[in-house]
Ligand binder design. Structure first.
Ligand SMILES: Cc1cc2nc3c(=O)[nH]c(=O)nc-3n(C[C@H](O)[C@H](O)[C@H](O)COP(=O)(O)OP(=O)(O)OC[C@H]3O[C@@H](n4cnc5c(N)ncnc54)[C@H](O)[C@@H]3O)c2cc1C
Length: 478
């Protein structure tokens, strides 16, 4: 991998004749997956990536022998083509492993996402009784007023599905701690599993099946086999790149600053590399960079209405502090959700793969969602460590003396924020972008679509397949 700070370009020309040049903005999983398909179809591909490494949010940060992901990641999918593609990168040697996450609540470890078993069996009879009564009240009395409402807020959805008690006990504190936005201002789309989460389904499974098996859990996707590469999640991106590198030009440390359409219809991209502005021209551009950043780089500047719509979209940033320790089996699960702490989730890298640290060492990491204009975003590694270590010690997780070193990651565009009515503004922007026949958007922040890597890959494959099959402009197929 290239040395950070250098403008690295890998350039390979294969013997095959290349047709049409595609410029891909961003070397995260979406950009790499699109490059994979385009290069298979014999297109000449350039990738321009701002960072010093590939992988984006699905990358793995390397500090000496230590490997830290951008939050707890594992691969799971119900899509057979994508499963085959990813496992194929590993010669089908990756083995599924259980994914264990917990919710730390009132000194107890509950399953996450919450299930009826949690509430009824782990939290005691009183809580169980309260939850059921509140659920019935929400579903059959209060919740009925939302039946015909098209776009619910998190508050409306949680109260009508789970009732007031569970809303106040779990959903409100956790959601607001995470998003830093009141539940009544957030669209229900902020909870990706909301269509699959249902207290009533869980209750039915619990009482009708009369078994306390995992089958009673509500989130089917959580039960899919999960895979994790030995040396970190970023190995998936690394292997995609290895597979295609003879056919693509990758520019790292290259920050896109302008995207424009030339008079001849070709696309022009300007990017900054080591303080120098460079340019690339191609027949088509696929952007996976955050949609708001794309709007601000389009030259000439889009109409004011589009710039205004873009200001209604935003991202929740994420700070990750990795703490290197010799302590093992710290959490007894891969990741743990916590309330009323400076962080909202803790994860343990050895529970994903012990090869992410040297033998007998481990990395325990905390995730801190925040705003990029907040004070904490500007804080140093030491300040963030000092802010977290007190609660970690109090909870018996790690003490100051048990940490030998730290690692810090900052992801400014980790989560698209689904404000109430965000989709109106997003549609305005997408309609405007359709006017560019040679420009397509893809990816989690590129499309402003909350998704895991399997969906990112599927959307990238689908876009390129459709494009190649019909040789249409992007605006007709996206
Ligand atoms: C905490 C967390 C946990 C997650 N857990 C899972 C999980 O368990 N399983 C799973 O499948 N998915 C998980 N995901 C989701 C997954 O990480 C993303 O869906 C996926 O990585 C998004 O890939 P992408 O290529 O669309 O976007 P990104 O990874 O964001 O890639 C965009 C790329 O564009 C680059 N870029 C941005 N601006 C510019 C610019 N101006 N010029 C050039 N380049 C630019 C960025 O540097 C980046 O590399 C998780 C996400 C988070 C945040």
């Amino acid at each position: 991998m290239p040395i950070s700070g250098q403008c690295f370009t890998s350039s390979h020309e294969s013997n095959r004749t290349k047709i049409n040049q595609i410029i891909i903005l961003g070397a995260g999983i979406s950009g790499l997956s699109a490059a994979w398909k385009f290069s298979e179809n014999n297109y000449k591909v350039e990738i321009i990536e701002a960072h010093s490494d590939i992988g984006g949010l699905a990358g793995t940060f390397k500090q000496g022998p230590y490997r830290l992901d951008y939050g707890p990641h594992s691969f799971h999918t119900e899509n057979k083509e994508i499963l085959g593609a990813v496992l194929g990168l590993f010669d089908h040697q990756l083995k599924p492993r259980p994914r264990v996450s917990k919710f730390y609540y009132n000194g107890k470890l509950l399953d996450y996402p919450i299930t009826a078993q949690n509430v009824l069996l782990n939290m005691g009879l009183r809580s169980g009784f309260m939850a059921v009564m509140s659920y019935l009240n929400g579903k059959f009395v209060n919740g009925r007023r939302f039946i015909y409402k098209k776009e619910l807020t998190v508050e409306e959805w949680a109260k009508s599905n789970y009732g007031e008690y569970l809303y106040k006990t779990f959903f409100k504190p956790y959601t607001e701690q995470f998003w830093k936005i009141p539940c009544h201002e957030l669209s229900i789309q902020s909870i990706p599993a909301h269509t699959r989460l249902s207290f009533s389904r869980t209750l039915r499974a619990l009482f009708l099946n009369k078994v306390l098996s995992l089958k009673g859990s509500v989130v089917d996707r959580e039960l899919l086999p999960t895979y994790y590469p030995e040396t970190g999640y970023g190995e998936i991106s690394g292997r995609i790149y290895k597979h295609i590198k003879e056919n693509v030009n990758l520019h790292l440390n290259s920050h896109v600053v302008s995207v424009s359409q030339c008079a001849n219809g070709r696309m022009r991209v300007l990017y900054q590399c080591l303080g120098e502005i460079r340019s690339a021209e191609g027949d088509y551009v696929v952007s996976t960079m955050p949609i708001t950043n794309l709007i601000s780089t389009i030259t000439p500047s889009p109409p004011q209405a589009i710039l205004d719509a873009s200001h209604h979209l935003g991202f929740r940033a994420l700070i990750i502090l990795g703490m290197i320790t010799r302590k093992q089996n710290v959490l007894k699960c891969q990741y743990l959700y916590m309330l009323h702490r400076p962080y909202n989730r803790i994860y343990e890298m050895n529970m994903f793969s012990p090869k992410t640290s040297p033998e007998q060492e481990n990395i325990v990491a905390v995730e801190i969602p925040c705003k990029v204009d907040s004070q904490i975003w500007q804080s140093s590694k030491e300040e963030i460590f000092n802010m977290c270590i007190g609660s970690l010690k109090k909870d018996g997780i790690l003490s100051f003396e048990e940490v030998t070193d730290t690692m810090l990651l900052k992801a400014p565009h980790a989560y698209p924020i689904y404000y109430k009515n965000y989709d109106r503004y997003l549609s305005t922007i997408k309609d405007y972008l359709k006017g560019f026949k040679s420009l397509a958007i893809l990816g989690r922040s590129g499309e402003y679509l909350y998704m895991d890597i399997d969906k990112c890959m599927a959307r990238a494959f689908n876009l390129v397949d459709t494009f190649c099959a019909h040789k249409q402009s992007f605006s007709e197929i996206t």
